[in-house]
Design a protein around this ligand. Structure first.
Ligand code: GDP
Length: 480
């Protein structure tokens, strides 16, 4: 059996083992190395073929994305990691690092229980670091810290071991300052990051190594030895002595909660139905036998399967042919296929069960943010609050009159896939106003309309508008 087939077998064997699943993400200021980290974790865990690896960033599959070198859409991938003789399934969601895509980050957080906050050792805390920490804590997603690009401290700044320790200390203190300002009271003590406790790792995603205090103790290496490897530029030796994936995947398994633990405190926070309702109980216990409760965090277009709703299944089991209700829509949708992620591939499965990141086709009424249930009466999940509302607007027209009806369709599809895009159409004049989170966001959406949907358009220069904040659905800790 090939390595890939073997991984599929190991991953599928874990789908129902709640305690052995971690749903996690990475989040960072742009360019701090989140994509490099995700890519090398997946490679290190053996979840991608050798020829795909190298410097190709597999999560950056979007053509636009690699052209610009930033991650635009939260992508999904999963890894199997053996820890102390036991296999674990780690579902990883790569979140965008650019401020224009804040909406995608917030939605991705809803599906997660833990997040690796990546901070560049040279730049330190940047504005977007603060934003992603806030977004995680608002969703009760537990953070751990990875200090990246440590190689640059020596290669460019020639810092001494003492200086290096001080820099790490400063970053940890600043991260904890941010955490303590925003953390829910119940986690004030446990969710601070702490090098001794093993919730901090440092290293170089690019050179494929990382270490942490518990890892150094386990392998009987000390900081001085790590520093010497760096100083002598013995990168291969360092990656062998302190492999990135082993250190980080161990940290994920040991320090970030499984769904069976996290759903107990996350459900009352993201869902305001009656706690003693059956579905509430099913979600708190991540019960595969309860009603299905599925939160869609993303809708992706597949050239063969059409629209695919991706997100977190909090309770129940979904299989082909099931009738599902999309909150707010009058009639049921019939499930056409279900699947999960193994490596970066989506694979079809017979059914999908509670506690996992899943992919479902056939839910034609679903948009990013939808609540989907087998129970038509289910109270929807809390609205996902975005940090910013669309602020930049451009007027769009079809270049050729024959494309007028197609453009209406395409704009509908675009706003469905990305709810941070708002469309106001004047069907009489054929003019459409498209609003997004920033100029880059609009530019990329225009690129998609032209290149992915094949409609030639003309656009006006973007106008910045200031909108009033959308009213909140319910008061309380969700505001902000
Ligand atoms: P993202 O925007 O957070 O996803 O960042 P990327 O993963 O795209 O990385 C941004 C740039 O930093 C790329 O040119 C990477 O090659 C580089 N980079 C990432 N990690 C490291 C590292 O550990 N050391 C060095 N020197 N460069 C890195």
């Amino acid at each position: 059996m090939g390595r890939k087939e073997d991984n599929i077998k190991r991953a599928t064997a874990l789908f129902t083992k709640l305690g052995q699943i971690r749903n996690i993400g990475t989040a960072a200021h742009i360019d701090h190395g989140k994509t490099t980290l995700s890519d090398n974790l997946i490679f290190g865990a053996g979840m991608m073929s050798e020829d795909l690896a190298g410097k190709q960033l597999m999560l950056d599959f979007d053509e636009q994305e690699s052209a610009r070198g930033i991650t635009i859409n939260a992508a999904n991938a999963s890894m199997v990691h053996n820890h102390k003789g036991e296999d674990y399934l780690i579902n990883l969601i790569d979140t965008p690092g650019h401020v224009d895509f804040g909406g995608d980050v917030t939605r991705a957080m809803r599906a997660l229980d833990g997040v690796i906050i990546v901070v560049c050792a040279v730049e330190g805390i940047m504005p977007q670091t603060e934003t992603v920490i806030r977004q995680a804590l608002k969703e009760k997603v537990k953070p751990v810290l990875f200090i990246n690009k440590v190689d640059r401290l020596i290669a460019e700044l020639q810092v001494t071991p003492d200086d290096m320790m001080q820099r790490f200390g400063k970053i940890i203190t600043e991260v904890n300052k941010l955490i303590s300002r925003m953390v829910p009271d119940e986690f004030k003590k446990d969710w601070m990051v702490d090098a001794q406790a093993g919730t901090v790792a440092f290293g170089s995603a690019y050179h494929n190594w990382a270490t942490s205090i518990p890892f150094m103790a386990k392998k009987n290496v000390n900081f001085k030895q790590i520093y010497d490897f760096m100083e002598k530029e013995q990168r291969k030796e360092l990656a062998q002595a302190a492999p990135l994936h082993e250190v980080l995947l161990d940290m994920i398994v040991e320090k970030l909660p499984p769904a069976s633990v996290s759903q107990k405190y996350r459900i009352p926070h993201i869902w305001r139905g009656e706690a003693d309702e059956d579905i509430g109980q099913a979600m708190v216990n991540a019960d595969p036998n309860g009603d299905a409760a599925f939160m869609v965090t993303k809708v992706v277009l597949d050239p063969h399967a059409g629209e695919i709703a991706v997100g977190r299944l909090f309770s129940g089991t979904i299989k082909k042919g099931d009738q599902m209700y999309v909150a707010g829509m009058p009639s049921a949708n019939r499930v056409q296929s279900v699947g999960m992620f193994v490596g970066a591939d989506r694979i079809s499965t017979e059914n999908v069960t509670a506690g996992n990141i899943i992919a479902v086709s056939g839910l034609r009424d679903a948009i990013s943010g939808s609540t989907i249930s087998s129970n038509p009466e289910m109270t929807p999940f809390e609205r996902i609050v975005h940090n910013s509302d669309p602020v930049v607007t451009t007027a769009i027209e079809a270049k050729h009159t024959k494309d007028l009806p197609k453009l209406v369709e395409v704009l509908r599809a675009v706003s469905k896939a990305d709810p941070s895009i708002q469309i106001d159409s004047n069907l009489e004049t054929g003019e459409h106003l498209m609003s997004g989170m920033g100029e880059l966001h609009l530019e990329i959406t225009e690129y998609r309309i032209k290149n992915e949907h094949g409609v030639e358009i003309t656009t006006s220069p973007p106008i910045v508008v200031y909108r009033e904040t959308v009213a909140m659905q319910s008061p309380g800790e969700f505001e902000g």
